[in-house]
Ligand binder design. Structure first.
Ligand SMILES: Nc1ncnc2c1ncn2[C@@H]1O[C@H](COP(=O)(O)OP(=O)(O)OP(=O)(O)O)[C@@H](O)[C@H]1O
Ligand SMILES: [Mg+2]
Length: 389
């Protein structure tokens, strides 16, 4: 057997095998607490793969594969198989997911990075990523699986706002449907990432770990979007665990949107019974709040444009105010689609209707005034209307 590398073979092409076809190992994609993930190329099938190897806990890698198989679908890497690499380490072969670590897009000061197309409202783009993650967790819950390590560092986000949730090594079965997975009742010790732990993940004997533990972790991701930091950031591990046990996360800046803060607070309630019951309920609340935020942005754009158009109309410039009304109405219709009882959008729509009426009646007057004297155009073309007043 070859000697074990002490350092990852960054950039080296290395052959690894005993998995349906030999696989050329590529660059290191990431390294975590217990393992490393490398890109690989499976020659026989000419496909890109990701290969996760762990030092020691083979059982955990099997659990990870079993969980990913149970929740297979969009947003979860596909399991291709298990094997051993040339150093006899257990290896998990899976589809290689595109995307950047979501964690790397959240700056410590709270600044959120987003792709160029989403630069106008980076928080909206990040909420889209969180909704996509919540949809994956919702599917897992529907299949009786909890993830237990949901955090931005375990999410790969793509520019279009879709995301993949990785690192299913701590997943558990909450019922009897997935016998290959460790059952939630078998947890005996604190497991998870300390900056994010829900209280029941520390008070393991409370036997309260369940769907609402994942809801807490989704709330912790939202907390991170609103503050730029994990809920518990004390440098000392014991202090971090104490804060997590009492459920005392860092507070939110006063500028954080109140609706989102309320969702994060409810999701991260100390008592699981006070949280959203599952990822689906969390996702629905977040989706509604995001729709409201979006609707208000459309209304704000429409209001600014309306003020401008009304001024232009009264000042009587050359601009085609009627044509410029169309995009304003589109903003308002979109806002009402997102938030059907948005009163500001309704009021602005009425205002735009009144402006439209004024334009129409003024152009009628103009036609009436100019009709008797205007020469009939050749070829039936409509004469240009000069604005009066
Ligand atoms: N299927 C995949 N496709 C592409 N990149 C991946 C894939 N799986 C993992 N990675 C990369 O490898 C990194 C580490 O993966 P993962 O989180 O599964 O390892 P880990 O050792 O359990 O990490 P940690 O202990 O830090 O949580 C990820 O952050 C990601 O960058
Ligand atoms: Mg990880």
């Amino acid at each position: 057997m070859p000697s074990r590398p002490t350092e990852p073979l960054e950039g080296l092409t290395h052959r690894t095998g005993r998995f349906e076809d030999r696989c050329d190992l590529g660059p290191l994609l990431g390294k975590g607490g217990v393992g490393a993930v490398r890109g690989g190329h499976q020659r026989h099938l000419a496909r890109q793969v990701a290969v996760k190897t762990v030092d020691g806990s083979e059982q955990m890698l099997h659990q990870e594969a079993a969980a990913m198989a149970a929740v297979a679908g969009p947003g979860v890497p596909s399991v291709f198989g298990m094997g051993r690499d040339d150093f006899d380490r257990p290896a998990l072969y899976m589809s290689r997911v595109e995307g950047r670590s979501w964690r790397s897009l959240i700056c410590p000061g709270g600044r959120l990075l987003a792709p160029p197309g989403a630069a106008a409202d980076p928080l909206d783009w990040h909420l889209g990523v969180l909704l996509d993650v919540a949809a994956v967790v919702e599917r897992a819950h529907a299949r009786g699986v909890i993830h237990r390590d949901i955090k931005p560092g375990n999410v790969l986000a793509r520019a279009d706002g879709t995301a993949s949730l990785i690192d299913w090594g701590l997943a558990l079965a909450v019922d009897e449907r997935n016998p290959a997975l460790r059952h939630v009742d078998d947890v005996e010790q604190v497991e998870g990432t300390t900056g994010y732990l829900a209280p029941e993940m520390i008070a393991v004997r409370s036997r309260l770990i369940g769907l609402r533990t994942d809801v807490f972790l989704l709330g912790a991701c939202l907390h991170m979007l609103l503050t730029g930091r994990a809920p518990y950031v004390q440098p000392d591990m014991t202090a971090r665990l104490k804060a997590a046990l009492k459920c005392l996360p860092e507070d939110y800046p006063s500028t954080a949107p109140a609706g989102l803060v309320a969702i994060a607070r409810r999701a991260m309630s100390r008592r699981p019974g006070e949280r959203y019951p599952d990822a689906g309920a969390f996702r629905a609340a977040l989706a509604a709040c995001r729709a409201t935020r979006r609707a208000r942005r459309h209304v704000a754009s429409a209001r600014a444009a309306m003020n401008c158009l009304e001024r232009m109309w009264h000042e009587g410039g050359d601009a085609d105010v009627e044509a410029l009304l169309a995009p304003v109405r589109r903003h308002l219709v979109t806002a009402l689609h997102l938030e059907p009882d948005n009163r500001d959008a309704m009021a602005l729509l009425l205002r735009s209707g009144r402006l439209q009426d004024s334009i129409a009646s003024r152009s009628l007057c103009t036609r009436a005034v100019s009709a008797p004297t205007a020469p009939r155009p050749r070829g039936g073309a409509v004469p240009a209307i000069t604005r009066v007043g």
